[in-house]
Ligand binder design. Structure first.
Ligand code: UDP
Ligand code: MG
Length: 140
């Protein structure tokens, strides 16, 4: 499998509960490597733009309110098959359905406050990475 990059977000519930270190340990133990990262506060407009694909879903308004309720940490993760690998260690969207040992099983509060975001395809990863990062923000 090829070396890929994917976008990770540690969501407000993770940042506000001081869980970022523990979640990053799970991510780093999987072999994925951080090549860019920062903590920031999303605005309503930026959160709506990031989740525009879900704008017609019933949960969209609540999701945007939640995503601006505290800081987020955005990172680019790199590694063999990074998109699928990160989705696997994140676990299912609903933590009640997430496999044992996954980030969402370990840390998520509910289907909305589920601690982490991960890109779902290489195409979306490229778009999401460009949404948050400029080329100058990457390390080797
Ligand atoms: N979400 C929600 N209710 C739902 C489905 C999703 O609040 O019924 C939220 C949740 O925070 C999720 C995000 O919307 O992570 C994006 O949904 P998606 O289906 O893309 O799930 P993901 O790719 O994050 O697993
Ligand atoms: Mg998704």
């Amino acid at each position: 499998m090829a070396i890929e990059r994917t976008l990770s977000i540690l969501k407000p519930d993770a940042c506000l509960r001081n869980l970022t270190g523990r979640i990053m340990t799970v991510i780093e133990d999987s072999g994925l490597r951080v090549v860019a990262g920062k903590r920031l506060q999303l605005t309503q407009e930026r959160a709506e733009a990031f989740y525009a694909v879900h704008k017609d879903r019933p949960f969209f308004g609540d999701l945007v309110s939640y995503m601006i309720s505290g800081p987020v940490e955005v990172r680019v993760l790199e590694g063999e098959g990074a998109v699928a690998k990160y989705r696997e260690i994140m676990g299912a969207t609903n933590p009640a359905e997430a496999a044992d040992g996954t980030i969402r099983k370990l840390f998520a509060e509910n289907v909305e406050r589920n601690s982490v975001h991960g890109s779902d395809s290489q195409e979306n990863a490229a778009k999401e990475i460009a949404f948050f990062f400029t080329p100058e923000e990457f390390t080797g």
